[in-house]
Design a protein around this ligand. Sequence first.
Ligand code: HEC
Length: 148
Amino acid sequence: MRITILKRAAAVLCLAGGSAMLMSSTSDYAIKAPGPWVAPKAADTIKNPFKVKGNAEAIAAGKKIYESYCVPCHGPKGKGNGVAAAGLNPRPADHTSAKFQSQSDGAIYWKLTTGRPPMASYATTLTVTQRWQVVNFMRTLAVDYHKK
Ligand code: HEC
């Protein structure tokens, strides 16, 4: 499983590298990081189905998914320092930061459903339920959580 993910990450990197080479053949500038990634306002209204009921089970299931699919880039504690993170532009987000945690569940769900290069969309890789399980697990990555 993990090997498949790393291969996929590598394929994404190759694609990114390829377009960088195309660009540098015509001009010499480095790839600029895009601006902050902001979910559309409407995403805030998407309801988290595990908010009240079954949250502990959802978090446990989400942890397993995160470890298989997200840790290669986002790191074992979600700090954005996974083994595949070094060459990525922009860098994988820090899921422990107050800024990340300040957005709505719906916005986080929308981002991992939609993706933005070099991060893939998880709309087909993960079911709706699995994506919500991961969102609920990501809440436990908040900086304070690790201090407790
Ligand atoms: C190939 C590496 C890679 C993998 C694998 C990956 N991500 Fe990401 N992720 C990124 C990068 C890079 C960004 C920053 C993208 C940007 O800012 O444009 C990001 C950003 C995000 C964001 C938005 C952060 C913000 O600032 O609001 C979320 C949410 C996210 N990732 C969740 C996940 C989840 C959940 C998984 C696993 C299911 C995952 N990612 C797997 C590379 C990855």
